[in-house]
Structure formats: structure tokens, C-alpha cells
Ligand binder design. Structure first.
Ligand code: FMN
Length: 182
């Protein structure tokens, strides 16, 4: 049957992250985002699509950098709050159990409780519909090596990652599958 609305949901569930923007100690904001993807390995670049009405958009425009923070399922309520209220109106961070600290190579805030962090400087922008797609270079990255392996990535027995399905529905790790190989 043809799908005429919210076609993007066909591509969900998608991992959900926290985007940190602004300048640590001055103007800080966090928002939930699932429209995030790697776009090149050399140089290491990622892209995130950000609504132009969001406070995150305002801050990324101002400072030209952002962070991508991976939190686990115990912070689902925080993800929901960060994804349903705007830093333009409330100090969201103060309403969560999360703590922000300064990035190592960017001024944008990072989430202390995150098990993975990318610090990104914007290199390209493309306006698409209501959003601005920010493409940026990863200038520093960090992961919790109790839960992450430099070759194989996340250890899903330990890292309880969050994926967004639709609306208020989220999921976490199920089965790990491997394709048949010769
Ligand atoms: C699970 C989830 C994923 C989201 N993904 C995105 C996204 O990729 N891009 C975006 O612009 N907004 C996304 N949002 C909506 C923003 O988080 C929301 O508009 C937020 O209030 C913006 O906050 P700000 O104004 O403080 O920047 C998402 C919300 C949720 C709950």
C-alpha cells in the first residue's frame, strides 16, 4: 500500500543521540536527534539534519560546531525531554539527570554520562525543506572501552543503545545477526 505521510518512518528504527551545541559555560543546549549519519571515512565526516526553528540550529550557526553523544537506555526519559522541549524556552539540561562538560577540542558541551562522543566542526551546510543538513568533520572522538571495541564497535551485551521507532516508541538491542559468508 502506498505510504503518503511520514515516509521516513520506513527507515526507522534509527539510533537516537544527543546533539550538544553552544559554548560550554555560556550558552549550552542539548537536543535529541535520530537523523544523524556517517558520510565519509577519510576525512571522518558525519551529517545531522537539524530543524531551522530549533535552538540547536541557532547555536550551531553561531559557533560552527556540535557534539554527538551516545547515551544508554537508562537515559530514555532525558532523550524524550530533550526531544520535546526547546532550549529557546527552558533550560532543558537543568531538568535532566545529565551533566554537561566542556568538549576536548570544541567549545560545545558534551554529556558526561555518554558512553560515546564525537566532537564535530561544521564544514558544509545544505538547506532541505524545514531543515539544515550540517556536515562536519570529527575532530575528536571518545568511547567507553568497557563497552566499545576499536575493531568491532559496540559490545551489545554491555552497551544498551537506544533506537527511535516512531512517536513515543523506542527500542534497544535485540539479537546480533551475522550474514552467511563463503
Ligand atoms: C527521538 C527523537 C529524535 C529526534 N530527531 C531529530 C533530528 O534528527 N533532527 C531535528 O532537528 N530534530 C529532531 N528531534 C526533535 C528535536 O529534538 C526537538 O525539536 C527539540 O525540541 C529541539 O530542541 P532545541 O530547540 O532546544 O534545539 C527529535 C526528537 C525526538 C524525540
Amino acid at each position: 500500500m502506498e505510504v503518503k505521510t511520514k515516509q521516513y518512518l520506513i527507515l526507522h528504527p534509527r539510533p537516537v543521540y544527543i546533539i550538544g551545541s553552544g559554548k560550554y559555560g555560556e550558552k549550552e543546549n542539548l537536543m535529541a536527534a535520530s537523523w544523524v549519519m556517517p558520510v565519509s571515512e577519510e576525512p571522518p565526516k558525519v551529517a545531522v539534519s537539524v530543524d531551522r526553528e530549533s535552538y540547536t540550529h541557532e547555536l550551531i550557526e553561531k559557533y560552527g560546531e556540535f557534539t554527538i553523544n551516545v547515551v544508554e537506555e537508562n537515559y530514555l526519559d532525558e532523550i524524550w525531554l530533550l526531544g520535546t522541549t526547546s532550549g529557546k524556552e527552558v533550560n532543558k539540561i537543568a531538568k535532566t539527570k545529565l551533566t554537561v562538560v566542556e568538549g576536548k577540542k570544541v567549545n560545545a558541551p558534551i554529556v558526561k554520562e555518554a558512553i560515546g562522543i564525537l566532537e564535530v566542526k561544521v564544514t558544509d551546510k545544505v538547506d532541505i525543506g524545514e531543515c539544515r543538513l550540517y556536515i562536519g568533520e570529527i575532530i575528536y572522538a571518545e568511547a567507553d572501552l568497557e563497552k566499545y571495541n576499536l575493531r568491532y564497535g559496540w559490545n551489545l551485551r554491555k552497551a544498551k543503545l537506544i533506537h527511535h521507532l516512531a512517536g513515543k516508541a523506542f527500542m534497544t538491542n535485540g539479537k546480533v545477526l551475522f550474514p552467511k559468508t563463503e
